[in-house]
Every structure is written in C-alpha cells, then in structure tokens.
Design a protein around this ligand. Structure first.
Ligand code: BV8
Ligand code: ZN
Length: 239
C-alpha cells in the first residue's frame, strides 16, 4: 500500500476530521500568499499593515491594502482544493473547517461548518459605535469608509496583537482535540495561536496530514506530508 493510499484510508474511516487552512489553499485561485516571494502588496509585510497601530497611524494606507485585496478576491473563484474540502465535509460525520483566511472562498465553495479564526474581509466594523456590516463591494469610492454615526470603519479581521474571537477559538480547540484526522493545508504554521492547533491535534492522538509544497515548522511532527499544491492533492486525498 502506498503512503497516499494509507492516508486516504485514514480520511475515509475517520469519524471526526478537523482541517486548518491558510493562504496557500487560495494561491491557485490567484490570491498571493502572505509570505511567498514579493509578499502581498508593494513591499509592505502583513505584520506591518495588519496591526491596530498601523491602522491608527494611517487608516487610509491600511484600507488601500484591504481595498486592493478585496478587488483581487472579488475576481477569484474557489479552486478544486476548496471544493474537495466541501465534498469531504458532506461525507464526514463530524467535520470542522478552521481557516486563517479572510477571503470567503471556503464559503463560496459550500463549506458550512466553518470557523474563521482571523475574521472576514467582507465584514466592516465601526471603530466608534462597533456596528458590524457585511459589504461585498469589491472597491470603495472613498477610503476609509465611514459608518452612519460618522465613525471610521475597519476591516472585520483579527490583526496582530488582537485576540481571536473567543467563541470561535474555543470551538476550534475542541475540534482539533476531538479529531481522528487533522489536515493542515497551505499554511506556513508561523502565526499563533492558530498554528498551535496542529500541536493540540497531535497531542490529542489525531493522525496529522500536512498538504504544502514546502516544508514548514510543523513538518517534523506530522504523520504524513503531501508535498503538493492543495488543488492537486486534496481532490486525490478525499476521492
Ligand atoms: C494574538 C488577518 C494575543 C488579517 C492575520 C510579537 C508581537 C505581537 C504579537 C506576536 C509577537 N510574536 C508572536 C505574536 C503572536 C502573533 C504571531 O503569531 N505573530 C507571528 C508573525 C510570529 N499572533 C497574534 O498577534 C494573534 N493574536 O496573539 O493575540 C492576545 C491574546 C489575548 C488578548 C489580546 C491579545 C493574531 C494573529 C492573527 C493575525 N492576522 N490575518 C488579514 O488577513 O489581513 S495573520 C495572516 O497570516 C493571515 O491570517 C494568514 O492566514 C496568516 C498565516 O499565514 P498563512 O495563511 O500561513 O500564509 P503564508 O503566506 O504565511 O503561508 C502560505 C503557505 O502556503 C506556505 O507554507 C506555502 O508553502 C504554502 N503554499 C503556497 N502555495 C500553495 C501552498 N500550499 C498549498 N497549495 C498551494 N498551491
Ligand atoms: Zn458607527
């Protein structure tokens, strides 16, 4: 039996599966990842722009980055990797998809039990009255957008130094601890606490499978590393 057949057996027989995805699963939809060469935008690093300090200092600059990403994502389609996970969800008794991505492509591929640990780029939150709204316009007429109350609105995402939504985070930990199989797909496993879910799943006895063309800090602890792009590997893994 080949390693891939062994892994497919784990996925087929698993009662509960949890998946952690990162920007890599959206790469084949044309959305640049955070840490691939050239990064996401001009030559800013996500760590410089995705922070409350950067937003307080220059809300317009941070919004130009998010406006650029929203317009890019609006043109993107979910790829075969997103669809394979949505198919797997339909066939698995207990299935939880935990994503660090804010692009909404898992939703568009039909995922339902989806935990967005870093928020959602299509949600805006007023910095004054806290009102949240969904706005799918790919680009705004003027930046930064304002709330009816006059307050500046921010992207409804979790920035560095900000806590993850407590309810979503505790559901993510529960899913990782209860999983028979934990798939970690398209993430550099550098950002915490999300990357800690891999350690939690492993410590709780899950079979951990990494799908990533490159090595990551968790590659040494997984039960199998599928060194391939997600849109190629996931359809094979769940077939
Ligand atoms: C927190 C949302 C505490 C917005 C993001 C020092 C100072 C301050 C904080 C820290 C610090 N040191 C550590 C920290 C903690 C910090 C952290 O982990 N920093 C890292 C950089 C060291 N974490 C935080 O700040 C978190 N909050 O700790 O709060 C706290 C607690 C209680 C109360 C108050 C506060 C918040 C982290 C969330 C930050 N928000 N994004 C937005 O998206 O704009 S993080 C950002 O990175 C994205 O969410 C992204 O998803 C995430 C991780 O990146 P990846 O998804 O993994 O993408 P990356 O490009 O890195 O990797 C892509 C991978 O795909 C690669 O491995 C590549 O090989 C692979 N790939 C490429 N092509 C493919 C592929 N794989 C498959 N198929 C392909 N085709
Ligand atoms: Zn407001």
């Amino acid at each position: 039996m080949t390693a891939a057949e062994r892994v497919r057996g784990w996925v087929k027989t698993a009662q509960s599966i949890a998946v952690l995805t990162g920007a890599g699963i959206s790469a084949e939809s044309g959305i640049p990842t955070f840490r691939d060469a050239g990064g996401l935008w001009k030559n800013f690093r996500a760590e410089d722009l995705a922070t409350p300090q950067a937003f307080a200092r220059d809300p317009k600059l941070v919004w130009e980055w998010y406006d650029w990403r929203r317009s890019l994502i609006a043109k993107a389609e979910p790829n075969r990797g997103h669809h394979a996970l949505a198919d797997l969800e339909k066939r698995t008794a207990n299935f939880t998809l935990i994503t660090q991505n804010v692009d909404g492509l898992h939703d568009r591929a039909g995922a339902t039990h989806l935990l967005k640990v870093h928020g959602d780029i299509w949600t805006l939150r007023c910095t004054l009255c806290g009102k949240e709204r969904h706005d799918a316009r790919p680009s705004f007429p003027d930046l930064p957008p304002h709330c009816f109350c006059g307050g500046i609105e921010r992207p409804g995402v979790v920035w560095f130094g900000e806590r993850l939504p407590p309810e979503i985070w505790s559901q993510s930990e529960q899913a990782a601890s209860a999983a028979d199989v934990f798939l970690v797909v398209g993430t550099s496993a550098l950002v915490y606490p999300a990357a800690g879910l891999v350690h939690l799943a492993k410590a709780s006895g899950a079979k951990v499978v990494e799908v990533n063309p490159a090595e990551t800090p968790v590659s040494g602890m997984v039960d199998f590393s599928w060194r391939a792009p997600a849109a190629q590997a996931l359809p094979l893994l769940v077939s």
